[in-house]
Design a protein. Structure first.
Lengths: 317, 584
């Protein structure tokens, strides 16, 4: 009985924590970008502007919940839900600290990859159902980009799996007691980070959105809380990718002095800040350049990493 | 200059075409102005473009004059409407103006779109503004005014103010007509709907789109994301700047020029005033000249900084624009201290500038010229050397030097093709010949080279500003010529003649003697020129504004066919235009 209560409690706490972090990230990102861009950012609502998120949420909730008459209504409504749900579901397998995990699956990593694949549907369906040419182009770009980047996203993680001998995230973290995997798997880390950026559709991989070209791309027709869900989904996605990078390459909760959970949160925050810095710094490649990078550079590198890691593991056993 | 030529071009034309040369008109700007009969226009222009030695390869401007109310036309053939072709020879560094007299209310003339592709938009503009038809033009249409507009605005009988017209009404049938005019029919834009088994997608980009920097509409014919055709639809920013020139006094027109290239501020004033001063025969004192140069170069930097930031922004880089706007604020601080206003200072005057430099101006300017160079170096690292940005702009939006000249491209875009052509060097005005600076050029004529030229120009402008700072002449900031406006106040209380001149100059504005003058300058975005016709009144008879952005925008289909949508945005970003400069 107490196990069941504990499980439910974990689910609720994790859900609330993730949503809060994702919401808070909006403020953190805007403030950090402002800091790097010689301006203030939101600093009016509450101390240091932290309540800006709250104000934005109230605004989004009270806006007219509008579905364009030309849109495919059912799909149009479903798309943002898919996006947020799949991102949130992925958190089920993230091990925040020993025993703080919603579902300690032995195929945790595969489950994460599966969920992130499903997340693409949110974007593609949104672009298609909006019946808007800009959205359609955004959706097409999303489909191409994400399918390509998923291929080597999975492959880039296989090195970690080989070293840890498990798909279970807790086991992978435990396997890093001797050495964090970012040292032997530096290539895997780089490839995964690139693929992760692409999965979250952020600059330089924000082609489905591409404000300067496609106005707002796949979510051009969305407003109110449906738009808010895409927004939330993006930030949940960043948190997720950062948490995965920390778990897979930076020893998860491992670290001296501080409690495990604190280490996990701290590392995740640093990685998130890194993602925000990337957004502040880089321009956006063209669609065909992005595909060329994926198939001609990243995929061979991921395969190379796989072969070398496999060889080393074999040689040592 | 063409000193080595045995014969003047007018003589050559006379020898070649005999009776077709109706007259040679003297003008204040000393540009050879030859009247040709309308039936020989294509032959004459073809001769000037390709057969004459040292040909006039650029169609610099094409416009018209409604002559029906003009009084002072001594020595000119009788004409109701005159079409003016302004050609530029890069080899001679000289211009020629070919004028065609036309009779009748709605005359017609043969097209020259087969000689110069850039004549397309210019002929449309003349049709739109004057109702002069060009026979054989592939698609003569209204280009600046809405398709449902009644009348041709630059004709004398067309009212300049809304108060001179009937009150606006929108009855249902007119509303229906306006709505119908908004519908998109690909055939009207010269596009096909399908090819073989594929249906094309038509994408309406703008007039409200984050990538177009203003109210520009581009119709795209797409196959996937590949652009098969891109047709710009301009005119959304048309404010009748040329028409306003005919109802404002010579002096009160100055603030209108500020708003033509609205990022260029006083640079516009300079082009206009140099033409006015040429007509009036005013010599500007040295101090005023140097002040003008200093502010012009400061505004070149201001304009280029906006271009730089938005260029990076167009390519998806979000931070640079903030840095560059911060720098621009500093420059505006100087402009504000000197002129009292920021973006549109309206500060140059006929015969000089509005006021002397304020105390402490040198410290402000020195701080700025010391501050900016390290920042520009930093931006090089951040923007120009970024590999993604290079991949996005190298080899994108290319035109060759020949194409550039054919399409009337000037300014940084022409220099990016490898030609060192800058009016400040080639035809120094306002004392530019006294300054030391280099003209940066590119090689490839692509978006990246355009960017490089822009950035290097800012460094050269800083050099010029530093020279102004160190060599600012003493003396007065305003000419004591009687037509200089506003006239000097200090002597008015001493004798009645000066008082009367002052009174008339301020209340009516100066009367500029009859004549015609053109002055082109190296503006921020290319060659900006004012072609002024005075009929001896307090207002201009015809004000023609030749803007670089109009010519540059016309090249868009040329460089984007076969490219992708992101390339289109990169081309627009590197083009450096503002819509007010396109539409006027």
């Amino acid at each position: 009985m107490s196990e069941a209560i504990r499980a439910i409690l974990t689910v609720v706490v994790v859900l609330l924590a993730v949503l809060t972090v994702a919401g808070g990230l909006v403020w953190v990102e805007r403030r950090l970008l402002a800091l790097w861009q010689d301006r203030y950012g939101p600093n009016r609502v509450g101390p240091f502007g932290v309540l800006q998120v709250l104000a934005d949420m109230i605004k989004l909730f009270t806006k007219e919940d509008w579905v364009p008459p030309f849109a495919d209504r059912a799909v149009f409504i479903l798309a943002p839900a898919i996006m947020v749900t799949t991102s949130l579901l992925s958190f089920a397998v993230v091990a925040f600290a020993p025993r703080i995990v919603v579902a300690d699956l032995n195929i945790g990593l595969l489950y994460f990859l599966a969920m992130s694949s499903l997340g693409v549907y949110g974007v593609v369906l949104a672009g298609w159902s909006s019946d808007n040419k800009y959205s359609l182009l955004g959706g097409l770009r999303a489909a191409g980009q994400m399918l390509s980047y998923e291929v080597f996203m999975g492959l880039s993680l296989m090195g970690v799996v080989m070293l840890a001998g498990s798909f279970n995230l807790s086991a992978i973290v435990e396997a890093q007691r001797r050495i964090w995997f970012f040292i032997p798997q530096i290539l895997g880390l780089v490839i995964f980070a690139v693929a992760g950026l692409a999965e979250t559709r952020r600059i330089p991989f924000d082609l489905p959105e591409a404000e300067n070209e496609l106005v707002a791309g796949y979510h051009a027709e969305y407003s109110g809380m449906k738009f808010g869900m895409f927004f939330l989904g993006e930030y949940v996605g960043i948190t997720l990718i950062s948490a995965m990078i920390v778990s897979l390459f930076f020893g998860g909760w491992l670290g001296p002095w501080l409690p495990p959970l604190a280490w996990f949160v701290l590392k995740t925050v640093v990685v998130i800040a890194g993602f925000i810095l990337v957004r502040a710094a880089l321009p956006r490649p063209r669609y065909d350049q992005l595909m060329a990078l994926g198939w001609k550079v990243m995929l061979p590198l991921a395969l190379l990493n796989l072969v070398v890691t496999g060889g080393v593991v074999l040689a040592r056993t | 200059m063409a000193t080595c030529m045995a014969q003047s071009p007018a003589d050559q034309l006379r020898a070649r075409f005999g009776g077709a040369v109706l007259a040679v008109q003297p003008t204040r700007d000393e540009v050879p102005t030859v009247w040709i009969s309308g039936d020989r226009v294509r032959d004459v222009l073809r001769y000037l473009k390709s057969e004459i030695e040292q040909p006039y390869r650029m169609l610099y401007d094409l416009t018209a004059i409604d002559e029906r109310e003009r009084v002072n036309r001594q020595g000119q053939p009788s004409s109701d409407f005159t079409v003016v072709y302004h050609l530029l020879s890069l080899d001679r560094n000289a211009d020629i103006r070919v004028k065609i007299p036309l009779r009748g209310e709605f005359p017609a003339l043969g097209t020259i779109t087969d000689l110069w592709p850039s004549a397309d938009w210019y002929e449309c503009e003349v049709w739109d503004m004057f109702g002069i038809r060009f026979n054989g033009h592939p698609h003569l249409r209204r280009i600046l005014m809405p398709p449902t507009w009644n009348g041709h605005p630059l004709r004398r009988e067309h009212p300049a103010r809304a108060t001179e017209m009937e009150p606006f009404r929108l009855p249902p049938e007119k509303e229906a007509r306006e709505q119908a005019a908004l519908q998109f029919h690909p055939e009207d834009w010269g596009m096909r709907r399908r090819r073989d088994d594929a249906d094309f997608m038509f994408l309406n980009l703008g007039p409200h789109h984050p990538g177009t920097h203003g109210v520009l509409r581009i119709m795209l014919q797409l196959d996937g994301e590949v652009i098969l055709d891109a047709v710009p639809d301009i005119g959304y920013h048309h404010r009748g700047a040329e028409k306003m020139g005919e109802r404002q006094s010579w002096h009160t027109y100055i603030p209108y020029t500020d708003r033509v290239d609205y990022l260029g501020g006083v640079v516009n004033n300079l082009a206009y005033l140099l033409a006015v001063e040429k007509l009036a025969g005013i010599e500007v004192p040295p101090r005023a000249k140097v002040i003008r140069v200093m502010l012009t170069e400061l505004f070149r930097i201001i304009s280029h900084l906006v271009w730089y930031g938005t260029f990076a922004q167009d390519l998806g880089q979000m931070s640079p624009v903030f840095y560059m706007f911060t720098d621009r604020e500093r420059a505006f601080g100087i402009v504000e201290a000197i002129c009292g206003d920021r973006m549109h200072p309206n500060w140059f005057r006929i015969g000089g500038v509005a006021q002397d430099l304020p105390r402490g101006w040198d410290r402000l300017v020195r701080d700025f010229v010391d501050y900016l160079p390290p920042r520009l170096d930093e931006y090089d690292h951040e923007v120009l050397r970024n590999p993604i940005l290079r991949a996005r702009t190298k080899g994108v939006g290319v035109y060759t030097l020949e194409q550039a000249i054919d399409w009337g491209v000037t300014g940084p875009a022409l220099r990016a093709c490898g030609l060192e052509w800058d009016f400040r060097k080639k035809r120094p005005y306002s004392g530019y010949e006294q300054f030391e600076f280099d003209i940066p050029t590119g090689i490839h004529g692509d978006c990246y080279d355009r960017a490089l030229v822009h950035v290097e120009e800012m460094r050269q402008s800083l050099r010029i500003i530093r020279q102004c700072l160190e060599n600012m002449p003493a003396g007065h900031y305003q000419s004591d010529h009687p037509r200089a406006t506003p006239p000097r106040k200090d002597r008015t209380m001493h004798d009645i003649e000066t008082l009367i001149t002052h009174f008339l100059g301020v209340s009516w504005g100066p009367v500029i003697p009859p004549g015609e003058a053109f002055q082109g300058i190296e503006a921020t975005k290319g060659n900006n020129g004012y072609y002024l016709v005075s009929d001896g009144a307090t207002m201009s008879y015809r004000t023609r504004i030749r803007t670089p952005s109009f010519a540059h925008m016309q090249t868009l289909p040329l460089v984007t066919r076969g490219a992708m949508i992101p390339d289109l945005i990169a081309v627009l970003g590197a083009m450096d235009y503002v819509l007010a400069d396109v539409d006027r």
